[in-house]
Design a protein around this ligand. Structure first.
Ligand code: ATP
Ligand code: MG
Length: 352
């Protein structure tokens, strides 16, 4: 793979990194289309940060190769560095400086004049809803403000490729949404984003393609739809008119669909997971199920056909769940750097 494939921001082949006995990254192949958000999804210790660090030229691979915009990450590391920016899992702005001081300092380091550095800082602080906090030392920021100043710092000069390593781990739902808006705004301006996350809904929200990694290996790759389709055909959700008809409905569905049928906590609701092995499509299976229910005199008030969730995808691919739950509030707590000394008081949203 010494030829660069047009249209790809990142191309890796057999990338390996070992730490002693641990094969942290164990032969990773990635092809990240330019101008998109690419999600790298995996649980703790999967090798996400190690992969990102190699691509950002902070770690030297032990095997395989990788190109960033056609530049070899080892032999042309300077070229790569000039085009990428990394927002680490563990943020790196100076705690003792204010928001403004951090951004101005970084701007000056990037070679901007004093005036430009100040203007750009003010602009970014406003866009990230941090104007009120601009004069405060970063150590007094909440977790959400901290994550936003960190991303602001990494896009001070618009990078062609931005690495976001678990940008929302430990954030509350509102702060997560703000970070998501920022990511969308950054991509709208032409930057490619490689986003690592443990949150399936985050990859689902932001990424156009997703690589699922576990134990240093890519275990699945594709668009969200492809990933979901590879795991199962989806689920049928039903609401019955009469709760007492539910046991019979379960039986009918099992027979008609060969599906895994689960009663909901709601006494009139049911979910049937459709078999991916079935000959006919999810829609055809669902239609057959409705027909069988009607023939049995079971009244269905409401019906929907959904694709599998990414949680189900992960479970099916790895045999274990992500271990992190559906969102930050149920996470295991690793990697969080929330400072609860100050509530996130910025009310203004994030401008594009
Ligand atoms: N500097 C290091 N020295 C030794 N082992 C390391 C080092 N960095 C990472 N590892 C190991 O490599 C594996 C992958 O770690 P990595 O940090 O890449 O995972 P991750 O997917 O980013 O996990 P998390 O979601 O917890 O951030 C882990 O087993 C980790 O313990
Ligand atoms: Mg990590």
């Amino acid at each position: 793979m010494s030829q660069h494939t047009a249209g790809l921001a990142i191309e890796t082949a057999g990338l390996v990194k070992t730490f002693g006995e641990t094969r942290a990254v164990d032969g990773v192949d990635l092809a990240v289309p330019a101008g998109t958000v690419y999600g790298v999804l995996g649980p703790n210790g999967a090798g996400k940060t190690t992969t990102v660090k190699m691509l950002a030229t902070l770690l030297r691979p032990d095997g395989g190769e990788a190109h960033v915009f056609g530049h070899d990450i080892v032999r042309e590391a300077d070229e790569v560095r000039s085009r990428v920016s990394l927002t680490g899992q563990y943020a790196s702005v100076d705690e003792d400086l204010t928001g403004t001081e951090n951004l101005v300092l970084l701007g000056r380091l990037l070679g901007h004049g004093r005036r430009t550095a100040r203007d750009r800082s003010a602009q970014l602080l406003a866009a990230f809803g941090l104007t009120d906090a601009a004069g405060k030392q970063v150590k007094h920021y909440s977790g959400g403000m901290r994550r936003r100043i960190d991303i602001a710092a990494s896009i001070l000069s618009t990078p062609d490729l931005l690495f976001l390593d678990e940008p929302t781990t430990g954030l509350d739902p509102r702060s997560r949404n703000q970070v998501w808006d920022i990511v969308r705004a950054v991509v709208a301006q032409g930057t490619t984003v490689l986003l690592t996350t443990q949150y399936l809904d985050e990859a689902d929200q932001l990424a156009s393609r997703i690589a699922v990694i576990d134990h240093g290996k890519v275990i699945a790759e594709g668009t969200k739809g492809e990933l979901k389709a590879s795991v199962g055909a989806g689920s049928v959700h039903l609401r019955l008119r009469h709760a007492e008809q539910r046991p019979e409905a379960e039986q009918v569905l099992r027979l008609a669909l060969d599906a895994d049928v689960q009663p909901d906590p709601d006494p009139v609701a049911l979910t049937a997971r459709l078999s991916a092995a079935a000959q006919d499509t999810a829609a055809e299976q669902a239609a057959r199920a409705l027909g069988e229910l009607a023939r049995s005199g079971i009244v269905v008030d409401n019906f929907s056909l959904g694709q599998p969730s990414l949680d189900e995808v992960f479970l099916a691919l790895t045999g274990h769940d992500t271990g992190t739950g559906p969102g930050p509030d149920t996470g295991t707590g690793t990697g969080t750097d929330r400072t609860d000394t100050d509530s996130d008081s910025t009310k203004d949203g994030v401008a594009a």
